[in-house]
Design a protein around this ligand. Structure first.
Ligand SMILES: Cc1cc2nc3c(=O)[nH]c(=O)nc-3n(C[C@H](O)[C@H](O)[C@H](O)COP(=O)(O)O)c2cc1C
Length: 371
């Protein structure tokens, strides 16, 4: 279904009423390889599970008779107003999910006022993606081995109107993702990282199929370090967020390096398997940030109640990866608009039932202490 978001939501099958419904419907719209790529996690996929378990373990506390007049989910991030605090996480190669890929994702996001983070490994030109939305996009950066190439990407993102740079630091090597290996996943000839054409990129490590061990292979010589983050800070006056930080000490160091925001993330369980769920690690990072920088989080968010839980734990905004991609696969831009609309509606409902008229009213008190 390649509908546009202008088409009424009644074009969506009635059976799709939640992000989980889109997840269940997605495999029928994807090749077996693409499904393995999007859905899989690293190792035994324990972190993939922990992301959900950490959210499921939290309980909400209802509140009654609160004044909810003028209620709103509005928020401001780096001076830009957003209708709600739910953004689309950077996800590579979205043309594997839909022929119109990232442009359809941006169109759907824009229709419901959702911000979108464009991946360095987008399968469409970042300029075309940024132009498809009324809501300013952010650009996710993988620092390139050649600093000139990194500068070029920053310049293009700025020129395209991106409102922030999100540098991802938790994936100097790919996680070992068994589902992909089992499915024999390789990028089809017509899907590639088109924004990196002409650039020397990090060679990726493909264990267990790779011929040589990682250490000693030279693959890590170009892996970014804290010095590169300090350098990057000097290269852009756009708000800079660092994505993939989960340790309080790393958060402290990133703040010292002058970042404007931290995305607490384990890359959707795709890099280091065995990490706790993001919701478990969020409070310690939020405590370090203590209002100095914005805190975003992702990992396992599937419901507006999950968004509320993350906000209660100290996040200013939340990113969703797979839920948006599955909706893109099932129903293109319209599906993206629909799933983001569902998440927002669920957040509004959960806020109303916990007595929160605005995001400023959300705090640890919306979490129940009872098991
Ligand atoms: C298929 C796939 C590709 C991804 N590609 C990127 C990427 O290019 N850059 C990045 O920073 N994160 C990437 N991520 C991680 C997401 O930005 C995000 O951290 C994660 O998907 C959040 O978890 P969720 O999928 O449970 O919402 C990717 C995730 C998936 C599932």
């Amino acid at each position: 279904m390649n509908s546009t978001p202008d088409a009424p939501l009644s074009h969506i099958p009635r059976s799709l009423v939640s992000a989980a419904d889109y997840a269940a419907a997605a495999p029928a719209h994807l090749t077996e390889q693409a499904w393995a790529y999007f859905s899989g996690g690293a190792g035994d996929e324990s972190t993939l599970r922990h992301n959900r378990e950490a959210l499921d373990a939290l309980r909400l506390q209802n509140r009654v008779l609160s004044r909810l007049e003028g209620a709103s989910t509005k928020c401001t991030l780096f001076g830009v107003p957003y209708a709600h605090p739910i953004l689309i996480a950077p996800v590579a190669y979205q043309r594997l999910a839909h022929p119109e890929g990232e442009v359809a994702m941006a169109t759907g996001a824009s229709a419901v006022g959702a911000g979108m983070v464009i991946s360095t490994q987008a399968s469409m030109l970042l300029e075309d993606v940024a132009a498809a939305t009324q809501v300013p996009s952010w650009f996710q950066l993988y620092m390139q081995p050649d600093r000139d190439h990194t500068r070029q990407l920053l310049a293009r993102a700025r020129q395209a109107g991106c409102a922030a740079i999100v540098v991802t630091v938790d994936a100097p090597v790919n996680g070992i993702r068994a589902r992909e290996h089992r499915a024999g996943f390789v990028l089809p000839a017509d899907v590639s990282a088109v924004n990196l054409v002409g650039m020397q990129t990090h060679a990726s490590f493909t264990a267990p199929l790779g011929a040589s061990p990682l250490f000693g292979s030279g693959l890590l010589t170009a892996a970014p370090t804290w010095r590169d983050l300090a350098w990057l800070r000097q290269q852009t006056d756009l708000p800079l967020l660092v994505k993939g930080v989960t340790a309080a000490d790393d958060a402290r160091r990133a703040i010292e390096a002058g970042v404007d925001g931290i995305v607490v993330s384990n890359h959707g369980g795709r890099t280091l398997d065995g990490q706790p769920g993001s919701a478990s690690q969020l409070p310690a990072v939020a405590k370090v940030a203590a209002g100095q920088v914005k805190i975003l989080v992702d990992g396992g968010v599937q419901r507006g109640t999950d968004v509320l839980k993350m906000l209660a734990l100290g996040a200013d905004a939340v990113l969703v990866g797979r839920p948006a991609v599955y909706a893109l696969a099932v129903a293109g831009a319209l599906g993206v608009a629909h799933v983001m609309h569902i998440l927002r509606a669920e957040l509004e409902t959960a806020m109303a039932l916990t007595g929160c008229a605005t995001l400023a009213d959300v705090g640890p008190h919306v979490l129940a202490q009872a098991p």
